[in-house]
Design a protein around this ligand. Structure first.
Ligand code: FAD
Ligand code: NAI
Length: 463
């Protein structure tokens, strides 16, 4: 019977679609269920996350460069913003990639169906009244925007990241709530296109969880780019008036209030797991207090039900969801599926980019792990200097006794790509000396990684 599957996956995002493709490759009969009204695969990442945000970051970066730095290298142009065209080009990127997943599904013999998936009993998933039987069910339902009490999102004037990817005009004043990844990426997009951007952040620093030196350097650079930060403050409400929005703020610890005017408010204070209407109680899948599905090596508390990606613990990142999807497919097929949570890179795609993997200095100190540190500024990298992109540094942390690389933290040009070298090194349990003694092409930005690795033993030669 065609409706009996080895694996039914609920959710067609990076967790779900990669799990489905790997299941297909391993010869498992697999169905992926996706509820998105647009009938597009790819989840948050492809439809309203990673891909559209990176398309706008790229376009807005070029616009700003053409407006401000082309003249310095001898190119005189006066660029004119065509926002509808920019949004259209973003939509095309999304369209191409979501269609690409349908192609990959066909290629790997993965079935898919559009509709809301609900687990109705052990090994049964109902999709809009039709029952599918499965030996294994994988929950890959992702996450949704965390709401802020007193701030009603209408996706026009008060927007989440989804609305902020589709504003039909550049706001005069954009107020961003939350100096995390979305706030800085989408704040950068609209600032480059002409908005005056103010970021209100609850904590006294930006980018929580990142390495302290990176946080400080990033804050300095964003301030230089004319982003205003209101740190240690919280938003208590937003009211609409004819002239725009009035945003009420006060110190995080409470105290005197301050009102800030805005044309558009972007709420980005985190995301929460999405498991609504899935029927988890009926099959006894346990969740923690915050709604994340609890797992042990991807297994939930219910037999043959697995959970991956944003709806479970760990960083809410597409590549983490992807790796978990792959591991679960391999485990179901009887192979040794595994994810190394010590080596999951995180990248913020601002200009300059920010990238990180492994332990921060703060974590190493807290855990009492002895470490050595190597640091190299882009100011001393020849390629960065030719390109006039000298902001930032590469920092490598290695164990004081064994020299094993424990973490790397970078801010600077293209560091989102540079971090891959350190990830690979860490997977091989490499020492910092392994990177220091690896020949790197000259003149490239990658030489900054090598020099930082040399600096761990104090022999960086180019600074
Ligand atoms: P999702 O991608 O959320 O997919 C889950 C899917 O399940 C959704 O399509 C949903 O419609 C579907 N679903 C839910 N319930 C049901 C149901 N009952 N039945 C059927 N279908 C259902 N991460 C990065 O690594 N890099 C980035 O650059 C990046 N940029 C981002 C930018 C933005 C603006 C946002 C919001 C997020 C970004 N992320 C980024 C995070 C990334 O999008 C997520 O970590 C990733 O999408 C999680 O994948 P997932 O498969 O767990 O869930
Ligand atoms: P985030 O967790 O990165 O940042 C939220 C920020 O809001 C934090 O700094 C927090 O202190 C602050 N905050 C919380 N409550 C507040 C309040 N009441 N007032 C003011 N500030 C408040 O979450 P964000 O930016 O919404 O992103 C959600 C998720 O999406 C992240 O987990 C991230 O991993 C993922 N993402 C990843 C990207 C990437 O990899 N490049 C890009 C965009 C999103």
């Amino acid at each position: 019977m065609s409706d009996i599957y080895d694996v039914v996956i609920i959710g067609g995002g990076p967790g779900g679609y990669n799990c489905a493709i790997r299941c297909g490759q391993l010869g498992l009969k697999v169905l992926c269920v996706e509820k998105r009204a647009s009938k597009k695969l790819g989840g948050t990442c492809l439809n309203v996350g990673c891909i559209p945000s990176k398309a706008l970051l790229h376009a807005s970066e070029l616009y700003e460069e053409a407006s401000t730095s082309f003249a310095d290298i001898g190119i005189d142009v006066t660029p004119k913003l065509n926002l509808p065209k920019m949004l259209e080009s973003k939509a095309k990127a999304v369209e191409g990639l979501t269609a690409g997943i349908e192609f990959l599904f066909k290629k790997n013999k993965v079935d898919h169906v559009f509709g809301f998936g609900k687990i109705t009993g052990a090994g049964t998933v109902d999709v809009e009244g039709k029952a599918y039987s499965a030996k294994h069910i994988v929950i890959a339902t992702g996450s949704e925007v965390a709401k802020l009490p007193g701030v009603e999102i209408d996706e026009k004037q008060i927007v989440s990241s989804t609305g902020a990817l589709d504003l039909d005009k550049v706001p005069g004043k954009l107020l961003v709530i939350g100096a995390g990844v979305i706030g800085l990426e989408l704040g950068s997009v609209w600032r480059r296109l002409g908005a005056e951007v103010t970021v209100v952040e609850y904590l006294d620093h930006i980018l929580p969880g990142m390495d302290g030196e990176v946080q400080k350097q990033a804050a300095r650079i964003f301030k230089k780019q004319k982003v205003k930060f209101e740190l240690g403050r919280k938003v208590t409400g937003v009211t609409k008036s004819k002239s725009g929005l009035k945003v009420a703020t006060e110190a995080s610890a409470g105290g005197k209030g301050k009102e800030i005017d805005a044309d558009v408010v972007l709420v980005c204070i985190g995301r929460r797991p999405y498991t609504q209407g899935l029927g988890l109680d009926a099959v006894n899948v346990k969740m923690d207090k915050r709604g994340f599905i609890e797992t042990d090596h991807f297994k939930t508390s219910a037999k043959n039900i697995w959970a991956i990606g944003d709806c479970t613990h760990g960083p809410m990142l597409a590549h983490k969801a992807e790796d978990e999807g792959t591991a679960v497919a391999e485990l179901i097929a009887g192979k040794a599926g595994h994810v190394n949570y010590d080596v999951i890179p995180g990248v913020v795609y601002t200009k300059p980019e920010i990238a990180s993997v492994g332990k921060t200095e703060e974590q190493l100190k807290e855990e009492g792990i002895p470490y050595k540190k190597g640091k190299f500024p882009f100011q001393a990298n020849s390629r960065a200097r030719c390109n006039h992109e000298t902001d930032g540094f590469v920092k490598i942390l290695a164990h004081a006794e064994t020299d094993e690389i424990l973490g790397a933290h970078m801010i600077g040009v293209n560091v989102g790509d540079l971090i891959a070298e350190v990830c690979l090194a860490m997977e091989f349990k490499a020492a910092s000396e392994d990177i220091a003694r690896t020949c790197h092409a000259h003149p490239t930005i990658t030489e900054a990684v090598r020099q930082a690795a040399m600096d761990v033993e104090g022999w960086a030669m180019q600074m």
